[in-house]
Design a protein. Structure first.
Length: 650
């Protein structure tokens, strides 16, 4: 319950902070109250980014973060007084009345509330997703243990340099309440993304059912259900990108150039969520270019939008430049640091597919057939079944049956196609990186379904066929909602303990909960241990670990592709000096990249690790003090003693 109260408090703070800015830039009231609240959430988010970063670099703990919350609450108070709460209450009452008098409105609202609530409650389950265990949660946990924000250099994970806007929501929630609050907070971004798509839909077609169907379709997408209960940031990026589209459409229609400041800030926030915010900005830039050529918008406000976005994102650029000499790190390192390692090296001419394991290729045919393979063969070519049922694939193309809606949706269509082009050719073809366009796709698919229903409802046979198609797609998608609820709600509400949950719930190579928890429980506050297990799980102690490389070697990967060398004798000397209490190794791995997504478990070859050829004989001589499905923990003094025997060191 404390997690939900904290998230509600934070959301209200954002409304209050942002409202003061939005109402001043919208004096003509082109925005309705709901749109003002949505944009206020986006604008207010920047205060979280600045507040957590400014304070956290000096002190990061529960006390300092609650001080941030207190200060932001005071700053938000004037906005709370100006928000028309009575009008909002009346609007809610109107929706309840509409649901009571229209059974389909009632069904849609109950479905939306059920999906939303179950997704948020799932956020209270123990963290179990790979990216959160690797860096989204483990880095903030490291910082919490260290007492200030920073980079655990020895992890050799470039993802820890991702911009910190969404990450600062995680940091604030983690330190103030715990990981459950952090995950529920990310779920709130899913609701904002859905509501923003609904607001756009209402501007295009003043239909309550279109809005509700759009919300339901987006919230039921498989990856959205999954990520709303994690601290992964793709859904957050979808929220900001959809707010950008909403703001731009209002600016475009009203010709009020003041919106360029809101839009610029939102675009900057897209970049501050993750570097895939750049394709979002570029895609919207294509839309703006079309409108500039047709004189729908003016050049000066457009340039102001770009300048505001760069200014908003500049703290991150400055931070990464100071640390690495590259403001865009880890991207484009070959340009800023030509004598240092390149982390993302792609060439359209040579074929990006050769550089990455996702996608069918990078040719024109692959570009055109990509949407088909994303839905039909996602396990074979991409990063899994991201959408679930192919409702978006089926209904989006049907928008061309209506010239009216095709014209009205032209900015969205250009945005989606431009983003898809950038996604296809510039970065990794992981389908979840398309999440920023999922809300817009949900709206277009909804309108496509409405159009085909209008064509078919007068014909009995066509109507029955279409109802059968709708029922099949709905049932298919509902299964994902139910399955994730059955997996994550029991541990979220305490019906299943954490250990059992992690033992039975699959994640990439596991969360290492049993072994990491053993180390955390038994390691003294001044103790140390050695780990060669990737990823370094959130559940393991973060600050006390020597992760493959010692602190004086930890930044080697920024400077060279050649790992530092060390003799085994020197390693043993250092291990004794640090008095490692435990040694932590991986013994098995799993792979699900196959047509059936079945887990295939294989043995892990430790000999390929640094000092692995020396570790393996010692591991064969000793019994682990504890083992999990994928990892084992060895007693530190015994392991060091065995290494010394094998090396004939007295």
């Amino acid at each position: 319950m404390s997690s939900f109260i904290f998230v509600l408090l934070l959301t209200v703070i954002l409304f209050g902070l942002g409202w003061q800015v939005v109402v001043r830039l919208d004096p003509e009231k082109f925005l309705n109250t709901g749109e003002r609240l949505l944009l206020s959430f986006g604008v207010g988010s920047y205060a979280i980014y600045i507040g957590v970063s400014s304070v956290g670099y000096f002190r990061y703990d529960a006390t300092s973060m609650w001080c941030v919350v207190a200060v932001l609450s005071v700053l938000a108070a004037p906005g709370w007084l100006k928000i028309p709460w009575l009008k909002i209450r009346n609007s809610i009452s109107l929706e309840i009345s509409a649901a009571r008098t229209d059974k389909w409105n009632c069904v849609l609202w109950l479905s939306i509330l059920s999906v939303s609530l179950t997704s948020l409650v799932q956020g209270l389950a123990p963290p179990n997703d790979y990216d959160s265990l690797l860096y989204h949660l483990s880095q903030p946990q490291y910082e919490l243990e260290a007492g200030r924000l920073g980079i655990p250099w020895d992890r050799n994970v470039v993802n820890m340099f991702i911009p910190k806007l969404a990450g600062n929501f995680t940091r604030l929630s983690l330190a103030s309440v715990g990981p459950g609050a952090a995950q529920v907070m990310m779920g709130t971004f899913g609701l904002i993304a859905a509501a923003a798509a609904g607001a756009i839909g209402y501007r295009i077609k003043k239909s309550r059912k279109v809005v509700l169907l759009t919300l339901l379709l987006f919230l039921s997408i498989r990856v959205v259900i999954w990520q709303m209960a994690t601290v992964e940031v793709d859904v957050a990026l979808a929220a900001y990108s959809t707010l950008c589209i909403l703001c731009y459409l209002v600016w475009r229609k009203s010709q009020n150039a003041k919106y360029c400041f809101i839009l610029g800030l939102l675009l900057g926030e897209c970049i501050l969520v993750k570097l895939y915010g750049f394709p979002v900005a570029a895609a919207l830039g294509v839309v703006m270019l079309f409108d500039l050529l047709k004189r729908r918008i003016q050049f000066l406000p457009s340039a102001t939008t770009a300048a505001t976005a760069v200014l908003a994102a500049s703290p991150h650029f400055i931070y990464t430049y100071i640390l690495t000499g590259n403001p865009l790190f880890p991207a484009a390192n070959q340009f800023f640091n030509p004598d240092k390692p390149t982390f993302f090296s792609y060439s359209v001419v040579s074929g990006l597919a050769e550089k990455h394991s996702f996608g069918t290729g990078r040719g024109l045919y692959d570009l055109l057939s990509g949407p088909w393979h994303i839905f039909v063969s996602p396990m074979q070519y991409f990063d899994g079944m991201i959408f679930g049922s192919p409702a978006i694939l089926v209904f989006c193309p049907l928008i061309i049956l209506s010239a009216k809606y095709t014209k009205l949706l032209a900015p969205l269509l250009i945005f989606i196609l431009s983003y898809y082009f950038f996604w296809f050719y510039v970065g990794s073809q992981q389908v979840r990186f398309l999440t920023p366009v999922f809300p817009a796709l949900s709206l277009i698919a909804t309108l496509g379904a409405v159009i085909v229903w209008e064509h078919a409802k007068s014909n009995y046979v066509h109507k029955k066929i279409l109802i059968g198609l709708f029922a099949t797609l709905i049932l298919n998608q509902a299964l994902f909602v139910v399955i994730y609820s059955l997996i994550r709600i029991p541990p979220a509400v305490g019906l299943v303990n954490e250990a059992s949950y992690h033992e039975k719930t699959p994640t990439m190579d596991g969360a290492y909960y049993r072994t990491c928890t053993f180390i955390r429980t038994n390691l003294r506050d001044d103790g140390a241990y050695y780990s060669a297990v990737h990823p370094h799980s959130f559940y393991c102690p973060q600050k006390q670990v020597t992760y493959i490389y010692f602190s004086d070697e930890a930044r080697w990967w920024l400077e060279t592709n050649s790992p530092p060398k060390m003799s085994i004798d020197e390693f043993i000397r250092r291990a004794e000096s640090k008095n490692f209490r435990y040694f932590f190794f991986k013994h098995s791995v799993q792979n699900r990249r196959n047509k059936t997504a079945r887990s295939i478990k294989t043995s892990y070859d430790t000999s390929g690790l640094r000092f692995g050829q020396f570790f393996v004989p010692a591991m064969n001589k000793l019994e682990p003090v504890i083992s999990g499905p994928y990892t084992s923990v060895y007693d530190g003094p015994s392991f060091i003693s065995e290494l010394k025997k094998l090396q004939n060191i007295e």
